[in-house]
Structure formats: C-alpha cells, structure tokens
Design a protein around this ligand. Structure first.
Ligand SMILES: [Zn+2]
Ligand SMILES: [Zn+2]
Length: 284
C-alpha cells in the first residue's frame, strides 16, 4: 500500500480475521508568519488498530470500537456519496467550550452535503457542546482518544455517520486549522480559526470555518484521487489528495491564501473535475 490511498484491508477465513488499517490524515497548516497556508500531509501513518483472531466470524461493526468508523480517510467515500449501502446520513457536531460553529457554517455544511450526497432517507445534523479537551495543544492521539470517549453516533444499519469535532485546543504541530482523520471523522481547531478570522483585515469567521470544514469533508469523500477515482487527471502532484485548480475548494492553499483573501468572503466551491469525480463514485 503506497501513496495516499486509504484503505481498509480485511481478510479472513471462517475463524480468523485480521484487519489492518492504513490511517492517513491530512492537515491544513496555517503559517501565520508568512500568512500563507501550507498543507501538510503528515506521512502515511500506519495504525495497526486491530489484529484479532476470534473463534467465530463475528466482528464488532458499530460503536466506539467498531470497524465501521475506524477506517482510513477516503475509505467510506462511496458509502457516503451513494445510497446503495447507506440511505441516510447523520452528522454529529461536538464543540468545546466557546467553539460553537457559526449558524451559517452549519447551514453551509448541510447545503454542501445535500448537493453532493445521495441520501434519500435524509441528512440530519446535530450539534452539542462537550467538555474541554483539557489541554492547550492536542496531538492526533489526543483527538482520537477524545473522539472515542465522546462520539455518540456511529454508522450502523442503513445510516452512515460523520463526526465533526471542533476542539478548543490547538494542534501540536503548528497552527493547524483542520484535519480529516479516519473515514468518517474530521476535526477543526476552533481556537486557531477564531484567532485568524473575523477581525480587522481578516476573512469572516463563516468563510474560514466553512471553507476548512468543507475541505476536510471533501477529503473523507475521497478527494482528490484518495478513495474517489479521477474522471480526468487533476491531482496536484506536489500536494497529494488535492486539486490542481487554484479556484477549487480542494486546492491545497485554499485554507489560507484562499480563505484569507479579503477581496471577497465567498466560500470556495468544488470545481467541475472534483464534482465529476464525486458523481462517478455515486454522488450527485
Ligand atoms: Zn487538504
Ligand atoms: Zn477540484
């Protein structure tokens, strides 16, 4: 397994299952010194989440330790986009103290999902405050630990779920504003977003929140070439899993230079190539 493709490999006989999770995640890095945004791919972290042998062929599918929501970024792209396996979507937003998303950002999220996902049984978005993560800076493992302790909605039956955690910590690797981790989880670093939006000579908070959130959602939808194949080649060779179009939501700098552009407060949109890819993988 090479490159950025995230996948879940399962193999097993009637009495033995071995699961290997290739866990990749993407980080949007806000470089306040240069006011430019760089996007870092923090390697290809391999998480051997579970290697288990069981006497029966049953495995836990749903819940905090279930496999449904513990796969790599992009692994559920088709499941999110199409209606074949899952006909409805529930998005659980949890935010730390003071980190509630702007109402319009939640509206923008819902609109984006309804425009692109085939979920005939509906899309539900719920939002709730949770306790502070309890530290000023958090590592990826802090975020995943918090997720496992606090996330309450899990993929099961005909319902797929997405978890959005707006944390009150900064990321421990620079001024990161958002990451996609696992197949149905994204995290926004709300404190960092608030410090870099909404002020004088800063882009609006809705623009930055929405742009970062939708960009990370784009990653769990498999963009670019990371779980959702390309109809026409448009992956940025130097910034894998991102789009070559400078105007696209999935352009690698869009979280900083794009979102900090004071000429307008428009939220970047997916370009035609990215939309075509989503459609070819079951989306709208
Ligand atoms: Zn990205
Ligand atoms: Zn694009």
């Amino acid at each position: 397994m090479i490159g950025l493709s995230s996948s879940f490999l399962g193999s097993g006989s009637s009495d033995s299952y071995t699961f290997i999770f290739w866990h990749h995640f993407f980080i949007s890095f806000l470089d306040t010194k240069s006011t430019g945004m760089r996007n870092y791919l923090i390697g290809a972290l391999l998480f051997l989440v579970a290697a288990c042998k069981k006497e029966t062929n049953s495995v836990i599918l749903s819940g905090p330790v279930g496999i449904n929501d513990h796969r790599g970024v992009g692994a559920s792209a088709a499941e999110l986009l199409a209606d074949q396996t899952y006909t409805s979507l529930t998005v659980e937003i949890q935010f730390g103290p003071g980190m509630q998303l702007q109402e319009q950002s939640v509206v923008n999220l819902r609109t984006f999902l309804e425009q692109r996902l085939n979920k005939p049984a509906g899309i539900t978005v719920q939002s709730k405050q949770v306790a502070s993560i309890g530290k000023a800076t958090a590592s990826l493992s802090d975020i995943t630990d918090f997720t496992d302790k606090n996330r309450t909605v899990y993929t099961d039956g005909n319902k797929i779920t997405v978890y959005v955690y707006v944390t009150d910590a900064s990321f421990d690797k620079g001024n990161v504003v958002g990451i996609a981790y696992r197949n149905t989880s994204v995290c926004l670093f709300g404190k960092t977003i608030q410090a870099n939006s909404g002020g004088i000579n800063q882009a609006s908070r809705v623009k930055v929140e929405s742009g970062v959130l939708l960009h990370e959602i784009g990653h769990i939808l498999g963009l670019v070439n990371n779980g959702t194949g390309m109809v026409t080649s448009h992956e940025d060779a130097d910034n894998r899993a991102h789009c070559t179009s400078t105007n696209c939501l999935m352009y690698y700098t869009i979280e900083t230079t794009g979102l900090m552009n004071m000429l307008n407060n428009n939220i970047p949109q997916l370009d035609a190539n990215c939309i075509n890819d989503l459609r070819a993988n079951g989306g709208k």
